[in-house]
Design a protein around this ligand. Structure first.
Ligand code: ATP
Length: 861
């Protein structure tokens, strides 16, 4: 063999290929896929073998190949072993080949014996090359994938079919392939020693005598084919005939051929083993298929059983359902019957009950009717009695009313007579004064007379008797004059007491709560167009009415009209009224305070309506009252009265009491408490500055101080005077050293905070607090007055609802005289607030407060 053949890639490829084939087979044992693969791939490879690959390996090559491959160690390497059998079974093949030779050359080289030998060689190469072609491997994998994807019985069946069909088709295909392989493919060398071919074929060079077949390279290989080899042989016989040489050559050739045949035999044995192996695999696969078929059948049977069970279960379920439906129907039927019977029973019961109820009702109705009749009769009797009683009570009331009217008439007449008497008394007093003057002048005269008499005594020392008589007469005259003076003084005191009594009677008749209305004039800064129309219908007479004219309104008919708001009070002061005139009206109340009454005068009205001007301006009520008190007190001194006056000026701000005469820095900080002495009817404020008013000028300084304090506070909280109530408290204590009488009166002059309707909306913080407190205290004042107006003895008066009413507890109500000034701004813009104020004042005006009591007592001596 030449080196070229030894190094032929085909040989080495073949020797290597069983390894992948082994792997394939290994996987085939675990994966039935491999049972299908090899035959198909072999078939493919056999058909795809190129004629150029016909340089089959020589025996040496085959041996080499076999030596490299004979390591089959396990049944899983059966494929590799199959190809290695070519060498391992060499001796057996030889015997087979020998047997074939004995059958004659023609039979040996004939189609029947030659074909298997060459065919046997093919699978070895086919197996070797098959592994190079990856596509041949992938096909079974695809078919296996298909099998693996479908694990159902049908797929299994399909697989089985495929397997069996593949196995069936592969074997004949292999046989066919083996049969169709040419001798050239079986590995017959290209160079053939040609003792028989002394004569070259037609067109070739004749063989040189020294030239051997082995040394001569034929331009084209001579193939001993079925059709051509005998012709060539015959032709060569004709041209060259040398028996010995030919025999030798023939023997050589025969030996060569035999070795080739042996080789082919080996290959054939390998192939047979492969076939056996595949058959075994097919058997295994068939067994597997049978097992699968069996399991499939079992599964089908199971499925059938399950289906049957399912159908049975469904049937039983249906039966149960049917039974249940029947049971439900029965139950419903029974329930309906029961319901019907219950309904019937209950209907009967209800009928019986209603019948019983009706009887009971009738009985009850009868009873009730009887009772009602009895009650009615009793009530009628009672009503008769009540009517008669009422008639008598009415009669009595009428009589009482008449007597009261008579009393009033008599009081009026008494008042008139008292007034007349007062006038007479005044006149008498004047007379007495004149008498007193006369007596005084008489006494002066008497004194001069005494002096004259003394001189005369001196002169008449000689005539003593005469002188002493004259002296006695003079003395008697003097004593008479003094007695007369005492009598006149006593009468004067009695008259003063009577005057007080009459004065307070007059005040009481005027009412213990009076309301004055005052309209302030328009200011220079206020144009006339801004001034509301107001009328004073009885200005020249009683001056008690005020008519607030509304804005002009045009009706749909075109008539212009104005809404009139008429109000009537104890006195109405128009804008032209001066403080002096106003004070004249209240001076009587100041006198009452001196006489021992609690008097409260307060100004109520919106901001800018003139409260402060009326109350505490320089000629306001406070200074005038104090002046009047001084004058009166001085006048009363000669009647035995000595008065002490103490003043406090406080402010109620945010329900806190502030001392307006104290330290301004302590405003809103220092706490003052109000305490009431219920027995003595006195109010005490703790830690308050009390100023003894020794002179009228003191009042002015007090007012200045208070104003200064308030203005200091006003820098902290805006418009302080409008947002707080100020109360000037004047305590008047009078003692009559002659009669021993003592009186304690209080005059409260109150300037209230602005009464304008204060809305909580929009107000926040301090402003909201102020607003709430002002609203609360003003409504409390109204509540107290309303409660006082109800006049129930011992009825609850809500003084404690605000600091202001609590402070004025003893100056509002039964033991006091109250005067309210309702202040009116003339501005049209303030009209709404003006009307609200006037309505409030009307309520107060309609309130009747009980008789005031004088706090006077006779001093214990
Ligand atoms: N009768 C009057 N004659 C002349 N001027 C008056 C009269 N009444 C009030 N005024 C003037 O009107 C203005 C507002 O009056 P005043 O300050 O007394 O109102 P007020 O209601 O007390 O206000 P506030 O409550 O804010 O203190 C003042 O300038 C005052 O001088």
């Amino acid at each position: 063999m030449d080196d070229e053949n030894l190094s032929h890639p085909g040989a080495s490829t073949r020797s290597r290929l069983p390894q992948p084939g082994l792997r394939e087979m290994t996987s085939a044992t675990t994966n039935s896929r491999s049972g299908i693969l090899p035959p198909g791939s072999i078939a493919n490879k056999v058909t795809s073998v190129s004629p150029t690959r016909s340089n089959a390996p020589n025996p040496t090559d085959t041996k080499r190949s076999g030596s490299t491959m004979r390591q089959p160690t396990s049944p899983t390497k059966a494929h590799a072993r199959g190809s290695s059998y070519a060498s391992s079974t060499m001796s057996r093949s030889n015997s087979t080949a020998t047997r074939s030779i004995k059958g004659g050359f023609s039979s040996t080289v004939g189609a029947g014996s030659m074909r298997p030998a060459s065919s046997m060689a093919r699978p070895a190469s086919s197996i070797g090359t098959r592994k190079l072609n990856s596509s041949s491997i992938s096909r079974p994998a695809t078919s296996m994938d298909t099998r693996m994807d479908d694990a159902t019985g049908s797929v299994l069946g399909k697989r089985k079919d495929t397997t069996s069909s593949t196995a069936e088709t592969q074997i004949p295909s292999l046989t066919t392939q083996l049969a169709s392989v040419s001798l050239a493919d079986s590995g017959v060398p290209d160079v053939v020693p040609c003792p028989l071919f002394k004569q070259p074929p037609h067109g070739s060079h004749p063989l040189h005598p020294n030239e051997t077949c082995s040394t001569r390279k034929q331009p084209t290989p001579l193939f001993l084919t079925k059709n051509s080899s005998v012709q060539v042989f015959n032709s060569r016989i004709d041209t060259q005939w040398d028996h010995e040489l030919r025999e030798k050559q023939m023997n050589d050739m025969f030996e060569t051929f035999m070795s080739r045949m042996n080789q082919q035999g080996h290959n054939s044995a390998g192939l047979k083993e492969s076939v056996d192996f595949y058959k075994t695999r097919i058997d295994e696969l068939e067994k597997t298929r049978d097992a699968i078929t069996e399991s499939n059948t079992n599964l089908r049977v199971e499925m059938e059983v399950l289906k049957t069970q399912l159908i049975t279960a469904e049937n039983s379920l249906k039966a149960v359902q049917r039974d249940q439906e029947i049971a439900i129907d029965d139950l419903e039927m029974r329930q309906r019957i029961e319901m019907e019977s219950i309904r019937q029973d209950s209907k009967k019961d209800a009928e019986a009950l209603s019948a019983r109820h009706q009887i009971e009702m009738q009985e009850l109705r009868r009873q009730l009717e009887n009772e009602i009749e009895d009650e009615k009769a009793a009530r009628v009797r009672e009503l008769g009695k009540m009517t008669s009683k009422n008639a008598s009570a009415l009669q009595e009331s009428e009589m009482e009313l008449r007597s009261k009217l008579r009393e009033i008439d008599s009081v009026s007449s008494l008042l008139e007579s008292t007034k007349a008497e007062l006038d007479r008394e005044r006149k008498h007093t004047n007379d007495l004064r004149q008498n007193l003057d006369t007596v005084s002048s008489n006494s002066v005269t008497l004194e001069s007379t005494i002096r004259a008499l003394k001189a005369r005594i001196e002169f008449l020392e000689g005539g003593r008797e005469e002188q002493s008589e004259a002296f006695e007469r003079c003395n008697q005259d003097m004593m008479d004059a003094l007695a007369e003076t005492d009598a006149v003084k006593e009468k004067l005191r009695r008259e003063e007491t009577l005057r007080r009594k009459l004065h307070n009677q007059v005040q009481e008749l005027k009412g213990n709560i009076r309301v004055f209305c005052r309209v302030r004039p328009s200011l220079n800064s206020e144009p006339a167009s801004h001034i509301a129309a107001m009328q004073y219908p009885d200005e020249t007479e009683d001056a008690k009415e005020i008519n607030i004219m509304g804005l002009e309104e045009k009706s749909s008919l075109g008539t212009v009209s104005r809404k009139n708001n008429n109000f009537s009070f104890d006195r109405v002061f128009g804008p032209r009224t001066q403080n002096g005139e106003v004070f004249d009206e209240i001076s009587q109340l100041v006198q009452s305070a001196l006489d021992g009454y609690n008097v409260c005068i307060f100004c109520y009205g919106q901001t800018g309506s003139g409260k402060t001007h009326t109350m505490s301006s320089q000629d306001g009520m406070i200074p005038r009252a104090v002046h009047q008190i001084y004058e009166t007190a001085q006048g009363l001194e000669e009647k035995g009265w000595r008065y002490t006056m103490a003043g406090n000026f406080v402010e109620v701000y945010n329900e806190n009491l502030n001392d307006l005469l104290g330290n301004p820095d302590e405003l809103d900080k220092k706490k003052h408490e109000i305490r009431h002495d219920m027995q003595r009817g006195k109010t005490i404020i703790t830690d308050i500055t009390t100023v003894q008013l020794d002179s009228p000028e003191m009042v002015e300084s007090i007012l200045k101080n208070a104003d200064a304090n308030r203005s200091v506070a006003a820098t902290k909280a805006n418009e302080r005077s409008s947002r707080s109530h100020s109360v000037f408290i004047l305590k008047l204590i009078g003692e009559n050293h002659i009669t021993g009488e003592r009186s304690e009166g209080t005059l409260n002059l109150v300037d209230l905070a602005g009464s304008e309707r204060l809305s909580h909306s929009g107000a926040t913080g301090e402003r909201l607090k102020e607003t709430q407190n002002i609203n609360r205290s003003l409504s409390s004042l109204g509540d107290v007055i309303a409660a006082l107006g109800q006049g129930k003895d011992g009825g609850h008066i809500p003084y404690r609802n605000s600091k202001l009413t609590y402070l004025l507890q003893f100056s509002l109500g039964g033991n006091s005289k109250t005067l309210m000034f309702v202040m009116v701004s003339p501005l049209q813009a303030h009209m709404s607030e003006t009307l609200t104020s006037l309505k409030f004042a009307t309520k107060v005006h309609n309130t009747h407060i009980g008789t005031a009591k004088r706090q006077a007592r006779v001093r214990d001596t």
